[in-house]
Design a protein around this ligand. Structure first.
Ligand code: PRX
Length: 653
């Protein structure tokens, strides 16, 4: 477990909502009461109230074949219609959907009517390219409005998108394209990041260069105007969109029609394609976006800083806010370009009222200092959210005081790619919030903390976080691998008396009041700046390099990014003299960047002559973590050869 929080459980600060906030709260206590009384009836009501159904459902949940759930499965809807057309039909076509801000300072404000018409055109383009319902479309774009348009156009025609974060390499892109057998890739010539153009199209070209692939067409958005190589399968996005009509009637699809695949790292080398479907996902996305963020769509300006390449960008940039008819900010670049106050400048410019970001960003701003945000008018903010990693109380307090002017509620939201939407969070108009705790399951969600033996741990104790009942936005499987889906999430306690329990992979603790505190992953998954990385995936990349004999990777504590990737490698005997340690570190860091992407690049690589293993040959990561974090080495009694730790620590000096 990565975070030691025993001392935090003595946190005694409490912040109730202000009387004004509470009086105007969207959420009411009755939500908890209704959900407790009739959980399925509660979700059925939410699905009916929040969404437009072309064909109403009569069945709420089918859980006859666990863990394969079906929600609202005899109903039909169109996800894009719910995010677009119905708002225009309701008279809100002029409302701004996206205030987009490019990193170089260009900007566009796009109304719901304009976004709808753009998505209709893009849907017609995809249909013209022969994309059919159920086909997969890969999206590899920067944070530009076309990313939102592309996702909604795919959804509109009942196809399935697989968005691949722009920071992933050509190799990662190819393996995801192959796994899902995508027929079209939507990309851009490049994007702007840290004041420079970062090319994207060359990565797509490199990904598709070798062997046959399933991709027939690459649609290219012109963002930077840089030179690109052109292949027969390539088409310019703007030319294709200009050539088709902006009339397209949304067809209804079954509630369980797949909506997207999103790859995420697990405990093995191969990323998992997490599958989400339509009706249940959109219900919980819209519900949580409305209740957790206390959304008043007619007046709020909402900004979630996540990239659409991650689940937070799917649920809280695209589907939740647009289903709710919200006005939001979309920003292309990094927080510090061209100056360290860029985010605060954007908040002032658009009068952002709700901000949703990750603890890593907050800790980075803390380091820069309060003088930057204080140069800007942040008084429009009325609610702050945090996601992706545990937020330490110090960062939570700084967020509330410096960004939130001492009064703005902060909600810490726990969830995962697999859960699809928020599962644990305060509701800001109701809950008395505590710095550092994610606190309570949202209405309609059943969470518990269990010991290894499968029993509830009770207040004041730590254990493993589980979801005890199926939920609407739950993953429906791992693309193409039902066995892995069952083994990964549902088999920790196979004999649980009330049916299968979903094990989230996180450690958690209940405080004396029964509130939930997240403790970090308990498996070999790291969390770097709120991004999930697999130790096994980086290890297999390292050992694929000809100089490496063995590798072990751990997530070591990092003050800013939560965890950082630290690798221990054994160099092949034949290579030890060929290059210096410094060179080999640089070579291996570049190698991982090329194979997986810059986000997986190790912060440090230690060249060692042995790795600590148990007598059964398992690498003792706990000891390596001790070394990486500069601690005294812990218990080594199960180590096959205790002299190894000496060799490692000596080797590092
Ligand atoms: O370890 C938990 C951590 O992020 C993991 C999920 O990562 P991912 O699927 O990439 O989704 C991130 C955004 C939802 C979880 O298993 N995590 C997420 N939110 C929190 C968190 N840890 C502590 N507190 C949170 N609020």
């Amino acid at each position: 477990m990565s975070v030691q929080i025993d001392h935090l459980l003595h946190e005694s600060r409490r912040f109730p909502p202000s009387p004004e906030f509470a009086a105007a709260s969207v959420a009411t206590e009755s939500l908890y009461e209704q959900a407790a009384e009739d959980r399925l009836g509660f979700w059925a009501n939410q699905a009916r109230e929040l969404l437009h159904w072309h064909k109403p459902f009569t069945r709420t949940l089918d859980w006859t074949n666990p863990p394969f759930a079906k929600w609202f499965d005899d109903g039909e809807l169109n996800v894009a219609y719910n995010c677009l057309d119905r708002h225009v039909l309701a008279g809100d076509g002029d409302r701004i959907a996206l205030h987009w801000e490019g990193e170089p300072g260009d900007s566009r404000s796009i109304s719901y009517a304009q976004l709808t018409s753009e998505v209709k055109r893009a849907a017609n383009v995809l249909i013209g390219l022969g994309v059919q319902a159920g086909d997969r479309v890969a999206i590899y774009l920067p944070m530009i409005p076309e990313a939102v348009v592309a996702m909604l156009a795919v959804a509109r025609i009942g196809a399935v998108h697989s968005v691949i974060f722009g920071g992933f390499s050509a190799e990662s892109l190819r393996s995801r394209i192959d796994d899902a057998e995508a027929v079209v890739v939507i990309t851009a010539d490049g994007g702007y990041r840290k004041g420079r153009v970062t090319p994207l199209k060359p990565a797509v070209d490199a990904a598709l260069a070798s062997g046959d692939s399933s991709v027939r067409t690459v649609l290219v958005v012109e963002r930077t105007g840089g030179d690109v190589e052109w292949n027969e399968r390539d088409k310019w996005w703007h030319e294709e969109l200009a050539a088709v009509s902006d009339e397209h009637e949304a067809q209804a699809f079954p509630a369980e029609n797949p909506l997207f695949i999103l790859y995420t790292s697990g405990t093995t080398g191969k990323p998992k394609g997490i599958l989400h479907t339509s009706g249940g996902y959109l219900t919980q996305a819209a519900f949580t976006h409305k209740q957790v963020f206390d959304l008043k769509p007619e007046k709020d300006v909402y900004w979630c800083t996540a990239d659409v390449g991650w689940i937070t960008g799917h649920t809280y940039v695209v589907y939740g806010p647009l289903a709710n008819g919200a006005t939001q900010v979309l920003y292309e670049g990094t927080p510090d370009t061209p100056h360290p106050g860029r985010w605060w400048e954007i908040i002032e410019k658009y009068k952002v009222s709700i901000l949703y970001t990750a603890p890593t960003a907050i800790r980075t701003f803390m380091k820069i200092g309060r003088q930057e945000p204080q140069k800007f008018d942040l008084t429009s903010l009325r609610l702050l959210g945090s996601v992706g990693e545990p937020i330490n109380p110090e960062a939570w307090m700084w967020y509330r005081e410096v960004i939130g002017n001492h009064v703005t509620p902060v909600v810490d939201t726990w969830w995962q790619t697999e859960t699809g939407a928020i599962m644990v969070s305060a509701l800001p108009g109701l809950t008395v919030v505590k710095p550092g705790a994610a606190q309570v399951a949202i209405p309609g969600i059943s969470i518990d903390v269990l010991g290894e033996d499968g029993h509830h741990v009770g207040h004041g104790n730590g254990g493993l976080l589980v979801v005890t009942e199926p939920w609407p936005s739950m993953l429906r499987g791992i693309w193409g691998d039902p066995d892995r889906f069952i083994e990964t999430y549902w088999e920790k306690w196979p004999d649980a008396p009330n049916g299968p329990l979903y094990f989230a992979g996180d450690g958690a603790r209940l405080d004396r009041e029964g509130d939930i505190w997240l403790l970090g992953r308990v498996d070999d998954v790291m969390n770097v700046s709120g991004h999930r990385l697999s130790t096994a995936e980086i290890e297999s990349s390292l050992v694929a390099h000809p100089a490496v004999a063995e590798a072990a990777v751990v997530g070591a504590h990092d003050e800013t990014t939560g965890q950082a990737v630290v690798a221990f490698v054994i160099i092949k005997f034949s290579q030890t003299d060929a290059v210096s340690h410094a060179d080999i570190s640089a070579v291996l860091r570049a190698h991982v960047t090329l194979q997986i992407g810059a986000i997986a690049r190790p912060r440090e690589i230690f060249i060692v002559s042995e790795l600590p293993k148990t007598r059964s040959g398992k690498i003792m990561r706990r000891l390596l973590r001790d070394v990486a974090e500069g601690r005294e080495i812990g218990d080594t009694t199960t180590l096959a050869d205790t002299s190894i730790m000496q060799i490692i620590t000596d080797g590092m000096r």
